[in-house]
Design a protein around this ligand. Structure first.
Ligand code: PLP
Length: 438
């Protein structure tokens, strides 16, 4: 069986390890619930992007901007910064985080539909690479903020290319019904508006059509539409220097699931871009904004079974991690493989095949609080489980719901483990609160 995340998460002699370290050792040392990330897995994913781009004529001049919202751990941001990555941020908070982690402002693109004046101001002062803008009001606001600061803001328009990424509706962003991007028919007028605003400099065009897209065709379709717009813009005297294809490259979440590799995603895009560049009107600089595909399968959430409770249909495995730690199952009915830290023996597997299926659930008071349903697991109270593929949109979406302190995070490299985020103390959860005296 091929696990998502392997070979970095794999059984060795019946013991589930991250790189060289048994997960049980980490659980004992740092407690549960615990997010564990493999440095080698993140590094391998990033290299695949870099190498695919560097090996292609259309990718030689390119920048991988890691989408910070997937996992904004300072340790991970710092790794990407040292590898020369850029960053895609969607808030002033993420911008500050990237700078605090050692990221270079000149490699940051700022996306998102609702940038505030304060966010624009801090990004202009930092000197970011590009603002990805989405509306006439936003263009005018940025122009005014830049004027006040005596600066020129580099901008791109985020186009909504109206392609169907065939992913979960909550993470499809490139359909014309989505709140994201500029509708195709408004793109040219908006670029003309941008050209006329003296404190904006048009430098690029971008799109981001959704997340966890498992086919290559929607990306290619989006690129074709962006390239057609580039030609129109050039003819209108508004040439763009870069094209930013966003992120959204899908990863396998199920055992034995096949997903395109990074090379398979990028190669048709690079081929198309190269062809257009040869004709002379396509931008020479390529940006991609991957999030999930860099970190998703590099992380697991470790959790311990508190109780096994019989239910009407399935047994419930009640574990110490919950929807506040990992929201994806509750939010999108997302599937994560959940496997025991100690590999089941053949005899145990045969025995568990006869026992009832179980729903792996947390202690939070919501029926939507589950990590997996209908699973075949022999686990009992005290056993350690790993929820795989939890490196992206796991910790980043966590909350304090039910006054639950958030998990700790550990980054592993070989046989070394570093606690990169301490477990919260419950007192910290109300540290900003006050009781009024009336
Ligand atoms: C979320 C997001 C990404 C990253 O998406 P993934 O599916 O994690 O690759 C990239 N660009 C923008 C603008 C985003 O909002």
């Amino acid at each position: 069986m091929s696990l998502p995340g392997s070979p970095f998460f794999t059984y060795r002699n019946g013991v589930l390890c991250v790189e060289e370290i048994p997960l049980s050792v980490l659980a004992k040392r740092f407690g549960t619930p615990l997010y564990v990330y493999s440095h080698a897995a993140i590094s391998a994913a990033f290299r695949e992007f870099q190498q695919t781009l560097a090996a292609h004529p259309a990718g030689a001049n390119s920048l991988v901007c890691y989408a910070v919202k997937a996992n904004s751990s300072l340790a991970i941001l710092n790794f990407f910064a040292r590898e020369g990555a850029g960053f895609d941020v969607v808030s002033g908070g993420e911008l500050a985080r990237v700078l605090a982690a050692g990221g270079q402002a000149q490699k940051i693109v700022f996306s998102g539909v609702g940038k505030t004046e304060a966010e624009m101001e801090s990004a202009l002062i930092a000197g970011i690479l590009c603002f990805n803008l989405e509306s006439a009001e936003e263009l005018r606001r940025l122009n005014a903020v830049a004027e006040r600061l005596g600066k020129i803001a580099p901008v791109s328009l985020r186009v909504n290319p109206d392609v169907d990424p065939k992913t979960h509706p909550y993470i499809a962003t490139g359909l014309k019904t989505a709140k994201f991007g500029v509708p195709m028919q408004d793109v040219l007028p908006l670029y003309r508006l941008a050209r006329g605003l003296p404190h904006l400099a048009v430098i690029g065009i971008d799109a981001h059509i959704g997340s966890q897209i498992l086919e290559t065709a929607p990306f290619d379709e989006a690129l074709a539409r962006l390239l057609a717009l580039c030609a129109e813009l050039a003819a209108d005297g508004i040439p763009v220097r870069h094209i930013d294809l966003g992120g959204g490259f899908g990863i396998p979440y199920r055992a034995n699931e096949n997903a395109p590799t990074i090379r398979e995603y990028l190669t048709p895009l690079l081929d198309r871009l190269a062809k257009e560049q040869a004709k002379g009107c396509a931008p020479r600089f390529l940006i991609v904004e991957p999030g999930r595909s860099l970190v998703g399968n590099a992380g697991a959430l470790l959790t311990r079974v508190e109780y096994r409770k019989p239910g009407a249909e399935h047994d419930f495995l009640i574990v110490d991690a919950a929807m506040n730690d990992l929201m994806r199952p509750a939010l999108y009915e997302a599937w994560h493989e959940i496997i025991p830290a100690r590999e089941e023996t053949t005899a145990e597997r045969e025995a568990s095949a006869k026992t009832r299926l179980c729903d792996v659930v947390g202690p939070v008071c919501e029926s939507g609080d589950f990590l997996g349903k209908g699973r075949r697991l022999a686990a009992e109270s005290g056993d350690l489980l790993a929820v795989l593929s939890a490196g992206a949109y796991g910790m980043a979406m966590s909350s304090h719901y039910n006054t639950r302190a958030r998990a700790a995070e550990v980054l592993v490299s070989g046989s070394a483990a570093h606690l990169v985020r301490r477990r919260e103390k419950v007192e910290d959860l109300w540290a900003e609160e006050e009781i009024p005296l009336f």
